[in-house]
Ligand binder design. Structure first.
Ligand SMILES: [Mn+2]
Length: 162
């Protein structure tokens, strides 16, 4: 059994080459792996499963193909794409994982995390993280019009860069 872990690709519509490289890589891996774990920040920004940029369509198709050939695909959110939800996971044939998740590979126990929750000395980041992961606030954020969500995201990104 072969397991592939990926994280922090930070894919963005402004970098189509990286999206294509990822699609090609996953296509190439299809005959070699049984499981794929994407452990956060597949995308540089995610503003809701209802605003999926067209540029990501080839990736969604490739992920769906992996599932079709029997590869189990798992997805954890990161500190950039934490608004990603079941809607996107379902559309690309992936299973959403909570953080942390403990899995077993053969005899080995493996703890899966994105890792940003471990940056405990960064008090202001942890405050932001608690605020941004609040389900109640996320629910209201998703009710906002897409353009408004984009402008909030742009403002946050000028303040944070990780
Ligand atoms: Mn990250």
């Amino acid at each position: 059994m072969s397991t592939l872990f990926i994280s922090d690709l930070h894919l963005s519509p402004s970098n189509p080459e990286l999206i294509q490289t990822t699609v090609d890589f996953l296509a190439q891996q299809a005959s070699k792996i049984d499981q794929l774990y994407i452990l956060g920040d597949l995308f540089n920004t995610w503003l809701g499963d209802d605003i999926v940029p067209d540029e990501f369509q080839p990736l969604i198709e490739q992920l769906t193909k992996l599932k079709q050939v029997g590869i189990k695909c798992y997805l954890m959110v990161g500190n950039r794409d934490f608004m990603l939800g079941k809607g996107f996971a379902d559309s690309s044939g992936m299973n959403l994982l909570q953080e942390p998740t403990l899995i077993e590979i053969g005899q080995c126990k493996v703890l899966l995390m994105h890792g940003d929750s471990l940056c405990i000395d960064d008090i202001s980041y942890q405050r932001y993280r608690r605020w941004s992961r609040n389900r109640f606030l996320q629910y209201f954020f998703l009710l906002l019009p897409a353009t408004y969500r984009q402008s909030i995201s742009d403002k946050i990104k000028t303040k944070k860069s990780s």
